[in-house]
Design a protein around this ligand. Structure first.
Ligand SMILES: [Zn+2]
Ligand SMILES: [Zn+2]
Length: 479
């Protein structure tokens, strides 16, 4: 749980802390600062972890809530029979408290991706409290820092520090509050539901996390113990671990269709575990979109819940990014991947880096036994290729020492796009004043800006190789 103080690094904030804040500005910027915390004194995290001081680095409240209580629940489950009513209720309550986090804490309060009427806000703040992951105020503040400073030192749960750290290590060990990036949560301070939940957080957690599920199971079908163990403790454990996956698994597993500069990723497995928060690459690109999944067939029950609330008149102003903007991001990322693929291929030595040969030099070298062929003013060394030429040795040999431009471009055989590409890898020089090279160089210079990929490599489009001449060449027979 991350109750409200992991960033403070000392004991839990007293619920009445909020109202006793010395300065209104301080309360807006540093809502989770423990009053025992003195920024002038060195923080425990400034001291190296040793065999003698390790226990001072541990956030014992969170260890109790995230590890020790679940272990106690699992041991308790051995002696606690599971009634089917309790099992069904535990699952339903699991989804309700999960939606409190995903639809409430995350999409409503951290990202304001939609607006909710006060009955829905009260419901979400209540069931969200039952997931035992801290107050809305604390959670949303850290989450905004996570988006603003993703993968950096100021990211409270940066996956760059390891998968387990991003999952819950950041809560089990004390954090230096100075390290976490600052964010503005003034809007949350104006929401009375958020302020009330923060002030009465411990009561909310106890009631929604344990007392309510115990009472429901006990009063309705007489299973107080099962309600406490299964719908209470174990359900808290599962919903905590599931939602923690948004910080770990969603930054580690899957594809990056929108941007690959940071760690967020899209994966169906993460979506299944996190009530639809698994399309995290999309989410980090378009955080104020109330959807995480944009395709109808993708699993995003949180989106369906928000949409249903809108139909019931409880939610409004659902924000979405324009499809045009979403597709632009997708195309740019696809282009980037394509450019990376292109950069790995051999496109031949660029023309401007090839040595310039006089025509007579070219002819002489062929007479001396080199297998050179000039096509469109570019000289290619085909010696190694003669035996592999699909049209036979005789045909290719007949071009050696000549201007084979028209032979190659339909005079003898209209070579394929693949043949032009292959030919370009055999380039060894250009003929001085070779007409086609000159024409190509001029038009190339004119549009070279458009012919480069993201990393500055030249793009050779199909059918636009230098050895290809646009007009069909008249055959020698027709001439
Ligand atoms: Zn994230
Ligand atoms: Zn988010």
């Amino acid at each position: 749980m991350p109750s409200h103080q992991p960033t403070a690094g000392h004991e839990a904030i007293k619920p009445e802390y909020l109202s006793s804040q010395p300065s209104p500005m301080a309360s807006k910027l540093e809502p989770n600062r423990n009053k025992n915390y003195d920024p002038k004194k060195p923080h425990i995290t400034d001291t190296p972890l040793t065999r003698y001081n390790w226990y001072k680095h541990v956030n014992w409240l969170n260890v109790t809530l995230i590890v020790l209580v679940p272990v106690y629940g699992m041991i308790g489950a051995f002696w606690t029979p599971l009634y089917w009513q309790t099992a069904v209720f535990s699952i339903l309550y699991y989804f309700a408290t999960g939606l409190g986090i995903t639809a409430g804490y995350h999409r409503l309060w951290a990202h304001t991706s939609y607006s909710a009427t006060w009955p829905l806000r009260v419901f979400l703040a209540a069931v969200g409290g039952g997931a035992v992951e801290g107050s809305v105020r604390w959670w949303a503040r850290d989450h905004r820092a996570h988006h603003r400073y993703t993968d950096t030192e100021k990211d409270p749960y940066s996956v760059r520090k390891g998968l387990l750290y991003s999952h819950f290590g950041w809560m089990l060990m004390k954090q230096n509050p100075k390290r976490i990036g600052r964010t503005d949560i003034s809007d949350l301070n104006e929401d009375p539901v958020v302020v009330w939940q923060h002030r009465h957080y411990l009561k909310v957690v106890l009631f929604m996390g344990l007392i309510l599920p115990t009472l429901v199971s006990g009063l309705v079908w007489g299973d107080y113990l099962g309600g406490f163990v299964y719908a209470g403790i174990l359900r808290i454990f599962f919903i905590q671990q599931a939602t923690f996956c948004v910080n770990s698994l969603a930054h580690w597993l899957g594809d990056q269709p929108f941007d690959d500069r940071n760690s967020p990723r899209d994966h169906i497995l993460t979506a299944l575990v996190t009530l639809g928060e698994g399309y995290h690459n999309f989410h980090h690109e378009f955080p104020s979109d109330y959807r995480n999944a944009i395709e109808w067939h993708q699993y995003d029950p949180t989106k369906w819940f928000i949409w249903t609330m809108k139909q019931l008149g409880l939610a409004y102003d659902l924000k979405t990014f324009k499809q045009n903007e979403i597709e632009k991001g997708r195309v740019q990322q696809a282009q980037k991947k394509l450019d990376q693929k292109r950069a790995k291929l051999d496109w031949g030595v660029p023309l401007d880096q090839l040595p310039v040969l006089e025509w007579d030099e070219y002819v002489d070298q062929c007479k001396n036994g080199r297998g050179l062929i000039a096509v469109a003013g570019v000289v290619h060394d085909v010696t190694e290729f003669i035996s592999q030429h699909p049209g036979g040795k005789a045909m290719i040999k007949s071009g050696i020492g000549k201007d084979a431009t028209s032979m190659f471009n339909g005079g003898v055989y209209m070579h394929s796009n693949g043949a032009h590409n292959l030919l370009s890898t055999m380039r060894v020089g250009v003929i001085r004043g070779g007409a086609e090279v000159e024409i190509w160089k001029r038009s190339y210079a004119a549009q070279s800006e458009y012919l480069k990929d993201g990393s500055g490599h030249k793009i050779v489009k199909a059918g636009e190789q230098v050895t290809r001449i646009a007009e069909p060449v008249a055959t020698s027979a027709a001439a």
